[in-house]
Design a protein around this ligand. Structure first.
Ligand code: GRF
Length: 203
């Protein structure tokens, strides 16, 4: 059974979906890491008896040293793939190169809209609200050296009426994220995703 790690900085509802629907089935969550000591995601891991590690960025001189420490933890747990489930740090090449095409991220918009530098959390949904678009959604993609630019695995749309406030948009999108991430991770763990240049083909 393939071992994965989940990196999370927040409440971990996406992590919880992976715990409930993937862990012990298509794969095993060997470790959950967070850059935030009080991230509820760590509590969710503990409740599921999954090793939960707070990696304190302040203990490292720079991002590369921090990622080197994270890499050591991943390797110590025999991790073969990494899922970013609301992880609010940009990965350095140390992790990206070590897990080429094996790092999966979920972004709460339909990439290439409302993504890239500065587009995270509520900033995404505020931008969606400000733009007046009638369709938003979520994207699960592989992580490459860019920000939200790796090959897209799955996307799901969410229709908007124009009456929603940004918080309501966030809630509507989060609602579909969990199933999308679980489906993408299952496809990955059962080797059903083929990467052909900048796109993926689901076998
Ligand atoms: C989700 O909206 C995800 O798309 C984004 O961060 C949020 C994480 O939520 N990357 P949670 O911590 O999984 O509840």
């Amino acid at each position: 059974m393939k071992k994965i790690a989940v990196l999370a900085s927040g409440s971990g509802s996406n992590l919880q979906a992976l715990i409930d629907q993937v862990h012990g089935q298509e794969g095993l969550i060997a470790v959950v890491l967070s850059n935030r000591q009080n991230a509820y995601a760590l509590e969710r891991a503990r409740k599921a008896n999954i090793p939960a590690v707070f990696a304190d960025r302040k203990q490292s001189a720079h991002d590369s040293e921090y990622d080197q420490k994270i890499l050591q933890i991943l390797q110590a747990h025999d991790v073969e793939a990494v899922v970013l489930a609301g992880y609010l740090r940009i990965l350095t090449p140390i992790l990206i190169d070590a897990y080429k095409n094996k790092i999966i991220n979920i972004h709460p918009s339909l990439i290439p809209s409302f993504c890239g530098d500065g587009y995270y959390g509520m900033r995404v949904h505020q931008a969606v609200y400000d733009s007046g678009v009638k369709v938003t959604g979520a994207t699960v993609h592989f992580v490459d050296s860019g920000v939200d630019t790796g090959p897209i695995i799955l996307q799901q749309a969410v229709s908007l009426t124009g009456r929603e406030q940004p918080e309501e948009i966030a809630a509507k999108v989060l609602e579909i994220e969990h199933g999308l991430l679980v489906e993408a991770v299952k496809l990955f763990l059962t080797d059903q995703i083929e990467i052909v240049q900048r796109r993926t083909i689901i076998r």
